[in-house]
Structure formats: structure tokens, C-alpha cells
Design a protein. Structure first.
Length: 278
């Protein structure tokens, strides 16, 4: 799988954080928001290119405590604050209104954008995410154990752990070859290896609690996309998100796990663009 090539990123001071960011194409602003501990260089090129071809100015960035963005070792922060970073990035770029597409933790950030900054977004897409309601099904024990396993002591061991996670969490219908997984893991960790930042992001997720009642008061149109075979965030999380956000649309994809398979780029991007155009 080919991921995007990001030149030396620009840095935006958004008040609460300093975000490394880059952009592709021109047209309607579209903010792509990554998940827990993952960097902007991990967006599959097939998705970004297709969004650009559809007339979007695609804006990618590293969340706080990840990649080349600022370290937040001396503070506790919330998912809501990370949503504030997104609004701050739009302000920095002089963008009054945009669209957003967020995966996993990025979907949680998207939900907070709907809750607290809906006027800044015309359409929102939450992918492979959840409302955070504690009554929802949890991952299988072996999946949860992998997610919370101790960080290996050396770089090479960290690469192997990251590559193994990609197999464990990925789409059973579109598995990645072992050498591809290892190459993706190595590229990401050579750019930035920040396990402490991942831990702080995870704490922000745990502290956020349920967004069900808060989503009920939102009005920004939302599309929810979820894989039927997601082992990390079970399908019930996406179904609950769509049920709680008024008027939300739900797209369930058979065979999709907790990743963005290159083969699904035409289906997912075309579905999202149809939603944007409606």
C-alpha cells in the first residue's frame, strides 16, 4: 500500500498546541483527522488522490502528541481540546468553513466538532469510531491486550509490535502482506516514535466518556462509516454513533476491519463525495 509523501511540513500555532500540517490540491477544504498515535504520513495515497481529483483541498496534520506536532507531557488534555486544535488549524489557514473526515480517535474528534463547532463544518464523516458509551461491546480480550501491551524497549521491537498490530486490527478481506506492514511501521516510527504521547492520547479517550447525549443536540450532517469486521471498535460503535446524531447516515462495509484498505478507496471516497454533494 502506498501512503502519501509529505514534504517538510509547516507548523501552525493553534493556541493549545503546535501542529505539523500539509495540504494537497485545491477547492473545498477537507480536513483529514488521524486516529490514536498515527501520523499524517499514514494516509493511503489512493484516498488523498481521489479526494483531490474530486475537487478538494485536502489538509492533513499530526494530532498533538504525535508525529512532528507538539509534546504535551506536562498537561492532561481532552478529546474536546484536540477538536479545538482542528478549529485552530482552520483559523490559522483562514478557512471559515470546511468538511472533515476522521478515523477511529479522529472520528471521536469529528463528533466533538459536531458538538462544539458545528457552524464551522458543512459535513462531517466519522469512520470506525464510537460514541464512547460504556455499555457498547468491547474488543475481544486478545485485541484489548494488544492495544494496551507494554511498549517494547528497543526500536526494532517497536517496529515488529506496530507491524503485528496492523495485522491484528486490519481488514480480513484485504490483508496486508507482512513485508508491507513492516515497511509501513518502520516508515512511521523512523519519522516519530512517541509512545508517551500515544499513552496520553489514550487517556484522553478514556476520560471523554459517552458522547451519546451530546451528539443528540447536534445538527451538522454526518456520515458514519464502519467495517462489519472491525475487531478493535465493534460495529455497534458505528451504529450507535449514527443512531445518536440526528439524521446521520450509516454505511457498513463487509470485510472491513480497523483500517483503510487501498482497494476500498473508490467505494469510500465516492460515497463520501456523494454525501458531501447531497
Amino acid at each position: 500500500m502506498e501512503t502519501i509523501a509529505v514534504p517538510e511540513p509547516a507548523i501552525a500555532d493553534v493556541g493549545g498546541a503546535r501542529l505539523a500540517w500539509s495540504e494537497f490540491g485545491g477547492g473545498e477544504p477537507l480536513l483529514l483527522i488521524r486516529g490514536l498515535g498515527t501520523q499524517m504520513i499514514e494516509w493511503p495515497r489512493a484516498y488523498v488522490d481521489r479526494f483531490v481529483a474530486a475537487g478538494h483541498r485536502v489538509i492533513v496534520f499530526d494530532n498533538r502528541d504525535c508525529g512532528l506536532s507538539s509534546d504535551h507531557a506536562d498537561e492532561d488534555y481532552t478529546v474536546e481540546a484536540m477538536a479545538g486544535d482542528c478549529v485552530g488549524l482552520l483559523d490559522h489557514l483562514g478557512i471559515e468553513r470546511a468538511r472533515a473526515f476522521g478515523i477511529s480517535m479522529g472520528g471521536m474528534i469529528v463528533q466533538h466538532l459536531a458538538i462544539g463547532a458545528g457552524e464551522r463544518f458543512s459535513k462531517l464523516v466519522s469512520v470506525m469510531s464510537s460514541t464512547g458509551d460504556p455499555a457498547l461491546p468491547r474488543p475481544a480480550p486478545e485485541i484489548l491486550a494488544a492495544l494496551t501491551a507494554p511498549v517494547p524497549g528497543g526500536f526494532e521491537a517497536a517496529v515488529e509490535q506496530n507491524a503485528a498490530h496492523r495485522a491484528l486490527f486490519g481488514s480480513p478481506a484485504w490483508p496486508l502482506d507482512e513485508d508491507v506492514r513492516r515497511a509501513l511501521a518502520r516508515r512511521a516510527l523512523e519519522r516519530a516514535w512517541r509512545p508517551d504521547g500515544v499513552a496520553r492520547q489514550y487517556q484522553a479517550i478514556l476520560a471523554d466518556g459517552s458522547r451519546r447525549s451530546r451528539l443528540a443536540g447536534t445538527s451538522t450532517p454526518m456520515l458514519v462509516i464502519h467495517g462489519a469486521a472491525d475487531p478493535l471498535v465493534p460495529l455497534a460503535g458505528g451504529e450507535d454513533t449514527a443512531a445518536c446524531a440526528p439524521g446521520a447516515e450509516l454505511e457498513v462495509i463487509e470485510g472491513m476491519g480497523h483500517d483503510l484498505p487501498e482497494a476500498l478507496a473508490p467505494r469510500i471516497v465516492d460515497r463520501v463525495c456523494a454525501f458531501f454533494s447531497a
